[in-house]
Structures are given as structure tokens and as C-alpha cells.
Design a protein around this ligand. Structure first.
Ligand SMILES: *Cc1c(COP(=O)(O)O)cnc(C)c1O
Length: 364
């Protein structure tokens, strides 16, 4: 590829592509951050310099998402997986929760929650290999439910909730890992949002949690480890123990980048443009086809197949030689998947579609 750094177009589902501008700033600030004489990696998380970094990160995130004042922003660790446990441990009061299972991540969260209470699967799309989002306008929500749980964008299957479920007044908990900051969100519609950084906002190791204050409880079971209490992290502004300092710094650069390009409205427009290029081609192709019901399509993760595993394999191999990498579908689905997160430039999607057209001509 003829670009300055010989970078490929990286369609990985995560850890995933980051904006070049962000990586350049990180490079330039690597050895001596803002005249501190050291790298962000080397400084105390209790220093004034670092305090500015984490406070600015939170401030910019609040700006981007217009987060109401009665919500806390936490920078944690343990990935989305730890939230599969922390959510039920902290939010179950009546001991009942309703889960909507639209993919492997929601299923994992559901299975984990089963350890802590009476957990109901109120809807699922497993009957059709999670290729759609079920109608959630009138589910049998348990009167006792402490919350309703969704995985908003299903990274593996490429589906997204375009309408939030009717929770009948219950608090909504959303795993937004793979669509976080891809478009504006009305935070007030949620009780809790969590997102792993490595899909759309930064490096692996940072977990962002946005939680309404009244859901932060003190009266947790005696056995609950301190590190698994939202309250401990909220009371200490995410500095109860050493946070993933460098990862949070990179996230803060991504937040600045998002603000610079015009915020989440502008980001959404760009993401729609990119996804449309690929979906339009898939809808017209005689070789490739998308695997997801149209009304459930994700802007971020776009799976597709040729119908022949031989051809899929050949495509992935040849695409790689053209600098279009990480296009292999998830091992449970097969085929291909193009993840087109915020930082994927439109040129990358154009290059992919061009190559698909070429491949189609030669292989049909
Ligand atoms: C990647 C992903 C996860 C798992 O994240 P980990 O950081 O590996 O725990 C969970 N949910 C969604 C939606 C994801 O995309």
C-alpha cells in the first residue's frame, strides 16, 4: 500500500483500528508528555499531570455523549466480561432480571447472571443464528425485574438494536462495546451502559461504565470483592487502585479526535456513508451476500458470505495480499466480516468494495 506508514486497512473486530492522528500524537508525546519529562506510562496515577488526563477524558466523554449530571463515568478494567458479573452483583436487589439474548455476548452475560439470581430470557434470536433483532415492543417483562439487559450491537453477527426494547419502566442495561461513540445516544434512557475500549475508542484494557447514581449501591452481599463494587470506583473517581493509565490516555485522545471532527452526529453520518457503500454492493452482488436481516443491520460489523467456504477462504487470502486484513468471520459463523469502526477511513471501505467487485468478476 502506498501510504506514509505502510498501514493496511484493518477490518478487525477488536482490538481494532485507531485513528492515525491519534497514534501520531501518542508517538509525539511518548517520551516526554507535555514537559513532564516522562511518558504517560511512567507517571503516578496520583500525579497532577495524570489527574488532568483522566479528568479531561471524563469531561470530553461527557461532552460527546451529553451525559446527564446524575450519571457517573467509570474507567475500569476486566473487559466487558467482568461487567457480565458486576452488573448482576451490583444491580440485583429483588434478585430478578430479564435478558434479551441476541448473540454470543448477550448469552455469555445471561449465563453469568444465572449465578446470582432468577434470570429470565425474555427474547432470543438464536433460532435463526442470531441474524436479527427480535421484536421487543411488548415483551413479558417480569414485574420484579431489577433491570432489562441487552447487547446493543452484536459484534459477531452484525446486528444492532435500532429501537430500544420497551422495558415497561425497568432500567435498561446495555453492552455497547462495539457501537460506543459511533452515533449519538440518549444516555437518560439507560440505567447503565458499558463498553470495552478496544472496539471503537482505544486499546484493550479499559472498560468504560456509565451508571445512573441511584443504581450505585452500598448494601452489597458480604462476599462481594471490593473491586467489583461500582460504589468503590465511583467514590474514588476511578482511582481506587491503579487504573489502566496509558489506555485511558489513548481514549482521551480519541475523544478529542471525535470532538475535532464534529462530534457524534458527524461520526454517525460518516459511519452511515461507509456502511451504505458495502451494504449497497452486497445487495447488488451475485456472489456475495449479507447474512443479516436488513432491518437489523449494524453500522459497525458487516458479515457476508459467498456461499462456498472454499471461495470464502480464497477471498480472505487474496484480500490480505491487497492490504485488506482481518476479514475472516468469527469462528462460530464462518464467512467474512468487515468491521468498519469509527477509525476506518472511507477509502478502506472503497478499496474493499473495489476488490470484491474484482473478485466477483473472476469467480462467478
Ligand atoms: C468484544 C465484546 C465483548 C467481550 O469483550 P472483552 O473485553 O473480551 O471482555 C463483549 N461484548 C461485546 C458487544 C463485544 O463486542
Amino acid at each position: 500500500m502506498t501510504n506514509k506508514y505502510n498501514r493496511v486497512y484493518n477490518f478487525s473486530a477488536g482490538p481494532a483500528v485507531l485513528p492515525v492522528e491519534v497514534l501520531e500524537i501518542a508517538r509525539d508525546e511518548m517520551l516526554n508528555y507535555h514537559n513532564s519529562g516522562m511518558s504517560v506510562m511512567e507517571m503516578s496515577h496520583r500525579s497532577k499531570v495524570y489527574d488532568d488526563i483522566i479528568k479531561t477524558a471524563e469531561h470530553d466523554l461527557r461532552d460527546l455523549l451529553d451525559i446527564p449530571d446524575n450519571y457517573k463515568v467509570l474507567f475500569l478494567q476486566g473487559g466487558a466480561h467482568l461487567q457480565f458479573s458486576m452488573v448482576p452483583i451490583n444491580l440485583l436487589k429483588n434478585g430478578v432480571a430479564d435478558y434479551i439474548v441476541t448473540g454470543q455476548w448477550a448469552k455469555k452475560a445471561y449465563n453469568e447472571a444465572l449465578k446470582y439470581g432468577k434470570i429470565n430470557k425474555v427474547a432470543s434470536s438464536e433460532d435463526k443464528c442470531f441474524s436479527y433483532i427480535p421484536d421487543c415492543s411488548n415483551l413479558e417483562i417480569s414485574p420484579e425485574a431489577d433491570y432489562v439487559y441487552i447487547c446493543e450491537n452484536n459484534t459477531i453477527y452484525g446486528t444492532k438494536f435500532h429501537t430500544l426494547p420497551n422495558t415497561k419502566g425497568k432500567d435498561l442495561v446495555s453492552d455497547m462495546s462495539s457501537c460506543f461513540l459511533s452515533e449519538p445516544v440518549d444516555v437518560s434512557k439507560y440505567g447503565l451502559i458499558f463498553a470495552g475500549a478496544q472496539k471503537n475508542v482505544g486499546p484493550a484494557g479499559v472498560q468504560i461504565v456509565i451508571i445512573r447514581e441511584d443504581l450505585i449501591r452500598e448494601d452489597l452481599p458480604q462476599w462481594c470483592p471490593e473491586m467489583l463494587k461500582y460504589k468503590i470506583h465511583a467514590d474514588n473517581n476511578s482511582l481506587y487502585n491503579t487504573p489502566p493509565t496509558y489506555g485511558i490516555y489513548i481514549c482521551s485522545l480519541v475523544f478529542k479526535w471525535l470532538k475535532k471532527i464534529g462530534g457524534l452526529e458527524a461520526m454517525k453520518e460518516y459511519n452511515e456513508k461507509k456502511a451504505k457503500l458495502l451494504y449497497d454492493y452486497l445487495d447488488s452482488s451475485k456472489l456475495f451476500k449479507g447474512t443479516v436481516e436488513k432491518s437489523s443491520r449494524s453500522l459497525m460489523n458487516i458479515p457476508f458470505v459467498t456461499g462456498s467456504s472454499e471461495l470464502d477462504k480464497k477471498f480472505i487470502e487474496e484480500a490480505k495480499n491487497k492490504g485488506l486484513t482481518q476479514l475472516k468471520g468469527h469462528r462460530t459463523v464462518g464467512g467474512m466480516r468487515a468491521s468498519v469502526y469509527n477509525a476506518m477511513p472511507i477509502e478502506g471501505v472503497c478499496a474493499l468494495v473495489e476488490f470484491m467487485e474484482e473478485f466477483e468478476k473472476e469467480n462467478i
